[in-house]
Design a protein around this ligand. Sequence first.
Ligand SMILES: [Zn+2]
Length: 276
Amino acid sequence: MFKHAAKPCIASYCVICRDVQPFFLTRIGRPETGVAVIGACESCGLRSIVSPEEFLEISPTRPESVRELMEKTSPRLPLAIADRVFFEKRLAVGEIDPPERIQALREPFQVLSGMATRDRWLAGAIIASTFFGVVVMLGTLLAWDPQGKVHILRYGSMGPLIKGGLLAIPALAMFLTIGVYKTLKWRGRIRNKLIPLLARSLRPLRPTLDELDRTYVWLLTASNPVATATTPDQVHEAVCREPDRSLVNADDMDILGLAREMHERLTAQAEEHSRI
Ligand SMILES: [Zn+2]
């Protein structure tokens, strides 16, 4: 559908931005193994699976205004997200019940867990390749014979074994250092990526440190990878620095007003239809 489009995009609701945003689409996978379409939020970068058939059309480029994009790709969006936008309005003024608030605090962690899992795989691959490197290096060094030839896994006498063992110590240290360095770098990278997204999404809730502590206890019990890569203090500090950017586009377009108009029009149409 969007094979020849320069920048295929649609308008949808982003739970991290808590707003209507343009999503840029890319296709992943191969026809033999299955193809999925991924949408990346223009504002926060959140990537999620998109079903193109749910949209009226895919815009080949990003129009100037979000409203134009929404009318072109998803004209019924106001009706579809009216409840959610209304919930965001209640949330902003603190008019939500404690169970709803607990759920709202957990939501961004659940949405972002896929992102942390993907990167955790990367760290696992780094550690596995380091381990493999150590095994190969040890095997090679231990098989070093006095004539200076390398025979992999050939142990003639104790001499080359000791020599190989001594040579293997710095190699082992080097591989372990690379492994630890890469893992720490991964942790830093994942933190830098996740914390701004968590802060942005949690900002309208203005959670206390105590609430975040309790949310983390639940998340750690549920083995949520976002909770292992970040701490409540880091998130709380970032939330306090973050300006509230939720519902900017939604309010600009008056999503609730549009939803009301659509609802009234559809009700009138249904009444007219029942009279025929
Ligand atoms: Zn977003």
